[in-house]
Design a protein around this ligand. Structure first.
Ligand SMILES: [Ca+2]
Ligand SMILES: [Ca+2]
Ligand SMILES: [Ca+2]
Ligand SMILES: [Ca+2]
Length: 236
């Protein structure tokens, strides 16, 4: 019985519980940092031009006193593209064992924008891209270049600057994943203009890893729970 309880405990421990920002550095944008240029190290926000700002344009940060403002669809002003992508690389080599056993990465962020007018863009995206390799080599690759796996999601924000909309996505990680690129994006889905965005923001970006129990393991886990319940009933 003790061995079974120990086995059940270790299975339960596989369900990795992580606090909100555990895998994302500065996910609440409370720490000042430059945001532009392709990130080459984990925990650094970068790619297209964006700025960490305090409350402005009638929008208050979702948390704390700072948030991220999307400025350009390239690393300089003005941009030529349609999406302002802000990316952070997440080093998952410390979680190699959990990933090899089967793990899902979930990410979420909050978005908001000014009311604007009929030309104001409305779309935000979140994406996870899994890669295998040495993290630094990612700098040489395009962000969209053949990831092992990709998941993304979109939302069309409301025009109410008092509300933050949340958006998430989940990716079942290939067993050889060593790092993930987490990207949040403001898109010029209404008008490709200059300036590109009227006041588009993100805050509280988070990511967490959870084990995917294999069917047999899960069945054993449920059977184990039943046995523990039975044992408790016998004892009382
Ligand atoms: Ca914040
Ligand atoms: Ca543009
Ligand atoms: Ca809103
Ligand atoms: Ca625009």
């Amino acid at each position: 019985m003790k061995a079974l309880v120990t086995a059940i405990s270790s299975i339960a421990a596989l369900t990795l519980s992580a606090p909100a920002f555990a895998l994302v550095a500065n996910g609440d944008f409370e720490t000042a940092e430059a945001v532009s240029g392709v990130p080459t190290t984990a925990g650094d926000w970068g790619q297209d031009l964006a700025t960490i700002v305090a409350a402005e344009n009638g929008i208050s940060p979702f948390s704390g006193s700072r948030m991220l403002r999307f400025d350009s669809t390239s690393s300089t002003l003005p941009g030529s593209g349609l999406g302002s992508d802000v990316t952070q690389l997440i080093d998952l080599t410390p979680d190699a064992a959990a990933i090899a056993a089967g793990a899902t990465l979930s990410a979420a962020a909050f978005f908001n924008r000014v009311t604007g007018d009929s030309n104001t863009d409305t779309e935000f995206n979140i994406a996870l891209r899994a890669y295998h390799g040495v993290l630094a080599s990612f700098a040489d690759a395009s962000f969209s270049s053949s990831p092992l796996a990709l998941s993304s999601n979109a939302l069309f924000s409301d025009g109410n600057p008092a509300t933050w909309e949340t958006l998430g996505t989940s990716l079942d990680l290939p067993v050889n994943t060593t790092f993930v690129a987490l990207t949040i994006t403001a898109r010029e889905n209404v008008l490709n203009s200059t300036p590109e965005f009227d006041g588009h923001y993100a805050d509280n970006v988070s990511a967490s890893l959870a084990a995917v129990p294999e069917p047999e393991t899960y069945a054993l886990f449920l059977a184990g729970l039943g046995l523990v319940a039975l044992a408790r009933r016998h004892r009382s």
